[in-house]
Design a protein. Sequence first.
Lengths: 111, 117
Amino acid sequence: TQLLEQSPQFLSIQEGENLTVYCNSSSVFSSLQWYRQEPGEGPVLLVTVVTGGEVKKLKRLTFQFGDARKDSSLHITAAQPGDTGLYLCAGAVGGNEKLTFGTGTRLTIIP
Amino acid sequence: GAGVSQSPSNKVTEKGKDVELRCDPISGHTALYWYRQSLGQGLEFLIYFQGNSAPDKSGLPSDRFSAERTGGSVSTLTIQRTQQEDSAVYLCASSLVGGRRFYNEQFFGPGTRLTVL
């Protein structure tokens, strides 16, 4: 069973601060995705990373896939209230289309 | 709309009753997934349909849970003899599987919030 542990589980910070969310596993994934979910809605895909060491930027969000493809991080610069939500990482193994989702990080940005 | 739709959005039922949850995936998507989410936590995989292949039912928590997908499109998740621990948000997702560029990108519906009294 592949498990994805996210940390921290909860994070509440002031607007304008920086933060990093981590997604760790003992398993190797062929690709890893990050989703954001807002209350009453389904998760929405933010990014997919597929190469060990890969870094992708989406405006103020920076995503990194670990060299060994077992972990990933999400860094947010100058957080804004609109960044508030539940952040979920999800990994896929080989050609299996089934994703394993992480435990989630609930982020609250205080204006 | 072009997104994944689910119905009902909310369902309140009494313990012991059966419920059916419906999912309409994005047209043309070959894969359909059901997940369960409790109290804003991570997603628990339930079942996965891909084309005409036998579904992957490895995540169904008990034999009270079943799902079918008719005509490769609409799916129904059925929970028989509901229990209070079945209370959760049930999410459906679809994806267009095939080709490296897609990498299993899943598109989610808004979910059905099930409350078992």
